[in-house]
Design a protein around this ligand. Structure first.
Ligand SMILES: Nc1ncnc2c1ncn2[C@@H]1O[C@H](COP(=O)(O)OP(=O)(O)O)[C@@H](O)[C@H]1O
Ligand SMILES: [Mg+2]
Length: 310
């Protein structure tokens, strides 16, 4: 029997996959989500969300799609990792070696190919950089003007975007009508994304909304734990984690949601093994000590983002 069923839950409460059902709207997450929804509805172009590993960027993007998919007229495309995406994108029958841009401008060609594939645009096998740009431009006008759709491209792990790729995105953001941009872009990435973007001044100027996701404070940590337990089917009035346990969890994880989820998962398993119905601070400490003893010390999260980009 799954451990969560023993606790009377219907689902696993502390999975670390980016399921929007478990998305708790902490202050930072709510601010980011609300602003992104507004910006996308107004079709203002470029949005940038920064945050350390495990602060909730990917989960936020899933929540954003969920929130906007109920509205008509939005088309979402996601690139999960811009490093690995380009490889299979060369048109059938053409190889990078046979590409005239193999040496110069390969990055641009590959990224354009990746975009064309992401949007499902058909191009010939020998399409050049110019052809790909034209195809993308035509697609943006067809979708945004003729079909009146809001086309949203979300790029996760955007700190991996190369300079040629950022340059391609800058060009695509130039396409607009008198009232709105034809491509809505949401870049989610670790803090170094910002230093990459500011090297391209014309791209920095185009940022409509930028925000840094910082970790949770202690109250939010408690609320996130409660929220996830409720979402997983927990119904009793008293919590599964004592106030002391939450304090310990926050102290150890510094409020990084991924670390919080991992530690809560371990602590709940301990509770079951010890046939206890509540997790207290001693049990949390025991889990942490156990991990340290086994050389699996719960990874200390990076320091909270010091540059609040607003
Ligand atoms: N706002 C949130 N509410 C609840 N859980 C969250 C939240 N943000 C993140 N998490 C949890 O932390 C994990 C890591 O989040 P993720 O979105 O993958 O972070 P990032 O993309 O910034 O590395 C998620 O799988 C989820 O379980
Ligand atoms: Mg992520």
């Amino acid at each position: 029997m799954s451990y969560f069923k023993i606790l009377g839950l219907t689902q696993e409460p502390f999975s670390t996959s980016p399921d929007p059902v478990f998305f708790y709207e902490a202050r930072a997450h709510k601010t980011a989500l609300t602003n992104l929804i507004i910006e996308l509805r107004l079709r203002r172009g470029l949005n940038v969300i920064l945050g350390d590993v495990g602060t909730g960027k990917t989960t936020l993007s899933r929540k954003l799609i969920q929130a906007l998919s109920v509205r008509e007229g939005f088309l979402f495309h996601i690139i999960l990792d811009p490093t690995f995406d380009p490889a299979p994108t060369l048109a059938e029958g053409s190889t990078l070696a046979s590409c005239p841009y193999a040496k110069v401008g390969a990055g641009e060609f590959l990224f354009l190919s990746s975009m064309v594939r992401t949007f499902g645009i058909e191009v010939g096998p020998n399409a050049t950089v110019l052809d790909l740009k034209e195809a993308l431009k035509a697609f943006l006008f067809k979708t945004g003007v003729e079909e009146r759709k809001t086309l949203v491209l979300i790029i996760d792990e955007a700190q991996k975007l190369t300079e040629p790729a950022l340059e391609v995105l800058r060009i695509l953001l130039n396409y607009e009508t008198n009232e709105y941009k034809l491509l809505q872009l949401v870049l989610l990435g670790q803090l170094e994304l910002y230093s990459r973007i500011i090297t391209i001044p014309n791209l920095t100027d185009r940022i409509s909304f930028k925000y840094t996701l910082n970790p949770l404070d202690e109250d939010e940590t408690r609320e996130m734990i409660d929220f996830r337990l409720r979402q997983a089917g927990y119904q009793a009035r008293s919590g599964l984690f004592t106030a002391g346990a939450v304090k310990e969890i926050h102290h150890h994880t510094k409020g990084y949601p991924r670390q919080v989820a991992l530690l809560c998962h371990q602590a709940l398993k301990q509770a079951i093994m010890k046939t206890r119905s509540v997790v207290d601070d001693k049990m949390v400490k025991d889990v942490i000590h156990e991990e340290v003893r086994n050389g699996w010390s719960v990874q200390t999260p990076p320091k909270a983002a010091s540059t609040q980009m607003k």
